[in-house]
Design a protein around this ligand. Structure first.
Ligand code: PEP
Ligand code: MG
Length: 574
C-alpha cells in the first residue's frame, strides 16, 4: 500500500529506488537476501552461533574464581538468561524465515526493537539493561562472523538503493561518501545538522527528520525521495511514479544546462564581481570543487580528518592533506578552518561532550583546552601554506581572550617552524568565524585583530534562536529570516565593509538561492557553499542588478512579521 511521510529536504533532487534499511552504525551489519531453499541453513547458522555463545558464557562462569566479586557471576547469569530468552533466540529465526534475510540482519532488527522497549522503562537500573542486550547480540554476531553464510545473494546495485536509517552521525556519513547510494532518509536530524550538510555534499536527494521511516519502510520497497520538498513516497502507484520520473528528468536537464556557465565569471549585471567559493570536508572533495568552477575553498571543515579512526592524525598526515588541497587549487584561496570538534562531531571512543554538547567544549574552546592537539594542527597548516594560498579560520570565537590566545598559539607555531628552518607563508591571513551572537555584537575586537571574517549562519541561527540544529523536534523554529538573525548578518557584513575587513558567509544560507539577492543586498560579495549549489547561485548572481537590491533588503530588515518578510523576499527574487 502506498503512503507518504514528511520530513525536511536535506539534499536536492529526486531519487527513485529500493529501500535499504541500515541499523545503528555501531552494529552495522550487511543485509542480503537468502534464497528460499537456503533459509533453514541460515536459521541453523544462527542457532549454532547462539550455542557457541552459551558454551562460552558457561565456561566463563565456571572459571570465575571463588573470591571474585559476586556481581561478576550475576552479570554472566544475566547474559545467559538474555541469550536464552525467546525474544532474542527465537524471534530472529522467525524473521529470517519471514523476511528471507541473513541472520545477522534479523538479529539486529530484533535488538533495535528490544532496545527501544528498554528505553521506555522508567526505572533507570532496568533501562540501562539495554546495554546488556547489545553486548549479548555483539557476542552472537561475532560468533556468526566466524561462520559466514554461503548462500548469499549478490547485493543490489548501490546506485538504485535508498538508505533508510533511524539516525546517522556525521562520521557515518563520511563512510557513506565511499558509496554511491541513490538517496538517504533518516528519522532524526535537523536540516542544518552536520549529517544533513554531509548528505547534501554527496549531492544526492535526502530527507532528515522523517520520524518513523525506519520503522514503517520495509527492505526492498520502492521509494521516491523528494529532497526539495522533504517528501518520502513509499510504494508509489504507476501514475505517481511516472510523474516523478518526469520531474527527475527535468531536474537533470536543468543541471546539464547550468554546466554551461561553469567558467563564466560570477559578475552581477552591473559588473560587480562576486566570489563564489566551495565548502569541503575531505581532500577528495576537491575534484567536485574544480568541476563546480569555484574560485576558492571558503571552508575546509578540517575536523572530518579526525573522524572514523581510533587515533588522532599526526602533524605529517595533516600537512599532506592540507598541502594536497592547496596544490590542487593552484593558487586560489583555501580557507582551512581549525578543528571544530565537539557537539555532533566526536572522535571515536569519546562521548558527546558535557550535558549540552552544542554549548560545551567545542571548536576553539576544545582546542584551547587541548593545546598540543591545536599546536600540531597549526604547524601542519602553516607548513602547507608554503604550497598555495592557505588562509586560517578559527571557529566559534566569542571572547577577545580567545582570539588573543589563538593568535598567540599561531605565533608560537610560527616560531617553532622558524627554529626548524621550515618554510611557511609569513603573510598567512587569519580569520574568525562569526557564529555566536556575542561575536556579531562585539565586532570591534574581531575587525581589529583579524584579517577576515566568515559568518557561519548554521550556528549563528542555532545560538541566536536557541535551537539545537540536530534536533528535528525544533527544526520548524530554525528560521534564517528571523529578524534577529538578519540583523546580526547585516551588521557583520556592513561593519566589515566599513572597517575594510572582508566578510564571507559560509553557512548553508550561502547556498540557498532564495537568499542570494538578500545577502547581496546586505553588501555580501563572498559566498562559500557546497559545490553542488554553486552554479545555481552563480546563475542568480548573473541575473541580478545590484542597484535595485539594497533598498528592498533594508525593508526586509525592518519588518517584524515573518510572512511580510517572505512577501518582500519574493519581490526581491522576482
Ligand atoms: C556554520 O556554523 O554555519 C558553519 C559553516 O560551520 P558548521 O556548519 O561546520 O558548524
Ligand atoms: Mg559552525
Amino acid at each position: 500500500m502506498s503512503f507518504t511521510l514528511h520530513g525536511s529536504g536535506a539534499g536536492g533532487g529526486i531519487a527513485i529506488g529500493r529501500a535499504h534499511l541500515i541499523s545503528s552504525a555501531r552494529l552495522e551489519v550487511a543485509h542480503y537476501a537468502i534464497a528460499p531453499e537456503h533459509l533453514e541453513l541460515e536459521v541453523m547458522r544462527f542457532s549454532t552461533a547462539v550455542d557457541a555463545v552459551r558454551a562460552e558464557l558457561q565456561e566463563l562462569r565456571r572459571s570465575v574464581p571463588a573470591d571474585a566479586p559476586a556481581e561478576l557471576g550475576a552479570f554472566l547469569n544475566l547474559h545467559l538468561m538474555l541469550l536464552d530468552d525467546a525474544t532474542l533466540s527465537h524471534v530472529p529465526r522467525a524473521l529470517v524465515r519471514s523476511l528471507k534475510c541473513n541472520a545477522e540482519w534479523a538479529l539486529v532488527q530484533q535488538m533495535d526493537y528490544l532496545v527501544a522497549q528498554f528505553e521506555k522503562i522508567d526505572d533507570p537500573y532496568l533501562r540501562e539493561r539495554k546495554a546488556d542486550v547489545v553486548q549479548v547480540v555483539e557476542r552472537v554476531l561475532k560468533a556468526m562472523q566466524d561462520r559466514p553464510a554461503r548462500a548469499k545473494a549478490a547485493p543490489a546495485q548501490e546506485q538504485s538503493l535508498i538508505v533508510v536509517a533511524h539516525d546517522l552521525s556525521p562520521a557515518d556519513m563520511i563512510v557513506f561518501k565511499q558509496h554511491q547510494y541513490a538517496g538517504f532518509v533518516t528519522d532524526l536530524g535537523g536540516v542544518t545538522s552536520h549529517t544533513a550538510i554531509l548528505a547534501r555534499s554527496l549531492n544526492i536527494p535526502a530527507i532528515v527528520g522523517a520520524h518513523s521511516a525506519r520503522q514503517m519502510v520495509r527492505e526492498g520497497e520502492l521509494l521516491i525521495v523528494d529532497g526539495v520538498q522533504g517528501v518520502l513516497i513509499v510504494a508509489p502507484d504507476e501514475i505517481v511514479l511516472a510523474e516523478y520520473e518526469q520531474r527527475q528528468r527535468g531536474i537533470e536537464l536543468g543541471r546539464q544546462k547550468l554546466r554551461r556557465i561553469r567558467t563564466t565569471p560570477a559578475t552581477t549585471r552591473d559588473g560587480t564581481a562576486v566570489d563564489l567559493h566551495a565548502n569541503i570536508e575531505l581532500p577528495q572533495d576537491i575534484e567536485q570543487v574544480r568541476e563546480s568552477g569555484a574560485t576558492g575553498v571558503g571552508l575546509f571543515r578540517s575536523e572530518f580528518l579526525f573522524l572514523n579512526r581510533d587515533d588522532l592524525p599526526g602533524e605529517d598526515e595533516q600537512f599532506e592533506a592540507y598541502r594536497q588541497v592547496a596544490q590542487a587549487m593552484r593558487g586560489m584561496p583555501v580557507t582551512i578552518r581549525t578543528l571544530d570538534l565537539g557537539a555532533d562531531k566526536t572522535v571515536n571512543g569519546s562521548a558527546r561532550g558535557g550535558p549540552n554538547p552544542a554549548m560545551g567544549l567545542r571548536a576553539i574552546r576544545l582546542c584551547l583546552a587541548e593545546p598540543q592537539m591545536f599546536l600540531t594542527q597549526l604547524r601542519a597548516i602553516l607548513r602547507a601554506s608554503n604550497y598555495g594560498k592557505i588562509r586560517l579560520l578559527i571557529p566559534m570565537l566569542a571572547h577577545a581572550h580567545e582570539i588573543e590566545q589563538a593568535l598567540a598559539m599561531i605565533a608560537q607555531s610560527k616560531q617553532f617552524l622558524d627554529e626548524q628552518n621550515l618554510p611557511y607563508d609569513r603573510g598567512i591571513e587569519i580569520g574568525g568565524m562569526i557564529e555566536v551572537p556575542a561575536a556579531a555584537l562585539s565586532l570591534g575586537v574581531f575587525v581589529r585583530k583579524l584579517d577576515f571574517l566568515s559568518i557561519g549562519t548554521n550556528d549563528l541561527i542555532q545560538y541566536t534562536l536557541a535551537i539545537d540544529r540536530t534536533d528535528d523536534s525544533v527544526s520548524h523554529l530554525y528560521n534564517p529570516l528571523h529578524p534577529a538573525v538578519l540583523h546580526l548578518i547585516a551588521l557583520t557584513i556592513r561593519t566589515g565593509k566599513r572597517m575594510k575587513v572582508p566578510v564571507a558567509v559560509c553557512g548553508e544560507m550561502a547556498g540557498d538561492v532564495a537568499l542570494t539577492r538578500l545577502l547581496l543586498g546586505f553588501g555580501l560579495r563572498q559566498f562559500s557553499m557546497h559545490p553542488a549549489n554553486l552554479l545555481e547561485i552563480k546563475q542568480q548572481v548573473l541575473r541580478t542588478d545590484l542597484a535595485k537590491l539594497e533598498q528592498l533588503a533594508n525593508r526586509i530588515l525592518r519588518v517584524e512579521d515573518p510572512d511580510k518578510a517572505l512577501q518582500l523576499l519574493d519581490k526581491l527574487n522576482a
